[in-house]
Design a binder for this molecule. Sequence first.
Ligand SMILES: Nc1ncnc2c1ncn2[C@@H]1O[C@H](COP(=O)(O)OP(=O)(O)OP(=O)(O)O)[C@@H](O)[C@H]1O
Ligand SMILES: [Mg+2]
Length: 268
Amino acid sequence: MSLATTQVATRGAVAVRSVDKSYGNQQVLHEVDLDVAEGEVLVIIGPSGSGKSTLLRTINHLDKVDRGTISLDGELIGYKVRNGKLHERRESEILAQRTEVGMVFQNFNLFGHLTALQNIIEAPIYARKIPKAKALARAKELLARVGLADKAGAYPRQLSGGQQQRVAIARALALDPKVVLFDEPTSALDPELVTEVLEVIKDLAKSGTTLIIVTHEIGFARDVADRIIFMDSGRVVEQGTPNELMTNPQHERTKSFLSKVIEPAFNI
Ligand SMILES: Nc1ncnc2c1ncn2[C@@H]1O[C@H](COP(=O)(O)OP(=O)(O)OP(=O)(O)O)[C@@H](O)[C@H]1O
Ligand SMILES: [Mg+2]
């Protein structure tokens, strides 16, 4: 199975600027600054509760930031500048922007009453008004790309967790997003199903789509990432190439986290 596409890496640049986010009086993101280049594969690691999922959710405006801005290819996500001030966009604009950001969750979130194929064509037909025949042709192509050409008519309950997650990835790609966000895409899977999903993501990484991946699979992170950032307590503590971060972490918190998650054979 190959995800090689004609898509070139000229889109999907994400810029996060001084983002703060609180829930009640708990500050979850502290002045987060992050640039993700077009076509880059960024992996985010960090302990539970460090703000990884919150950061992903702010990137497609599922969560609103309290301060700071996020933009995708130069366009502000969720807001517009009018008379020098930020104003939240209208719901219809927010939904349109959200179609440019694919999201793959831990628990797949497929519609149980729809087949694999129907799950994939839903958003193209209803959100993008793509003609059904065209949406179907694209969905079949995507199913083939994730190795599930023969499962088009299967309902989620008839698929393994790994297969469901591959359908969810195909669904996220169906709107041709500029960037795809993965939030622990394999953590709900039985160990023997993890590899098939990681292989699909690795192929996607080679295709030039910008990817931001939260994962606890450190070996995978090392293989797939152009860059890894380590978050702790709502802050980006440090970042670097997989090699830099894993073999020569600069901060105690990074060292201590890595020593817990890296297999003993790779221990530093
Ligand atoms: N909707 C919410 N309401 C209130 N608090 C929240 C909400 N979502 C997240 N939090 C809190 O924000 C903090 C960061 O949560 P977040 O889910 O971003 O962490 P995470 O790094 O993704 O953790 P994990 O590795 O466990 O998924 C946590 O303390 C969490 O309890
Ligand atoms: Mg999370």
